[in-house]
Design a protein around this ligand. Sequence first.
Ligand code: FES
Length: 208
Amino acid sequence: MMKLRIKDSDISIEIIDKEQNLLSALLDEKIYVKSSCGGHASCSDCMIKIVSGEDNLTPPPFEEINLLGNVFHITKERLACQTKITGDITIDISHHDETADQKKLKNKKHNTKSQSRVRKQAEVKEILDERKASSEEKTKARDEKDNSYFEHWKKEKDPDAPPRKLDGGNRPMPFVTPEKEPQEEKQATSDSDQQETLENVDEVDNNK
Ligand code: FES
């Protein structure tokens, strides 16, 4: 037998069935815990805080991790509908306030009623006709507008215009290497240069 204690109260529940989750155990004892999805792990409203005995809990299933994340070691929060106990624990359910929740629900219902509006069939038909007429008007106006931008291919071609150059006209010029000079010509040039240099040297000596 496991004991479930509630923080700041004298309530202590004895749980015999190991397969019973905390939400159902609390509701059996007429202790209020908020729940919108009926224990299907999709609303996260039944969240409770574990005060002590965190080692006596079943590990969170995939659905619970999906809703609360894998941060129990930091937050100490669990979904009551997905948690079963294996030993004594103490929980905090002070944030589950039935009166406040009912008040909120009442306000919500009231607002929903005031916002929703039922239209008669004739009124709906009138609105639909109006929308249809407006859309037809818009289409007509668009057709009348100059569609040159959208339908440029429909424009008449200028017969005097030069033929359009397609891609490939702007390729870079090929790199041309200078041709090699013939070997003999090169030799002759170097000999004449040498002769000229010697003559210049002789001239300089004579001037001295
Ligand atoms: S009752 Fe909805 S998640 Fe637990």
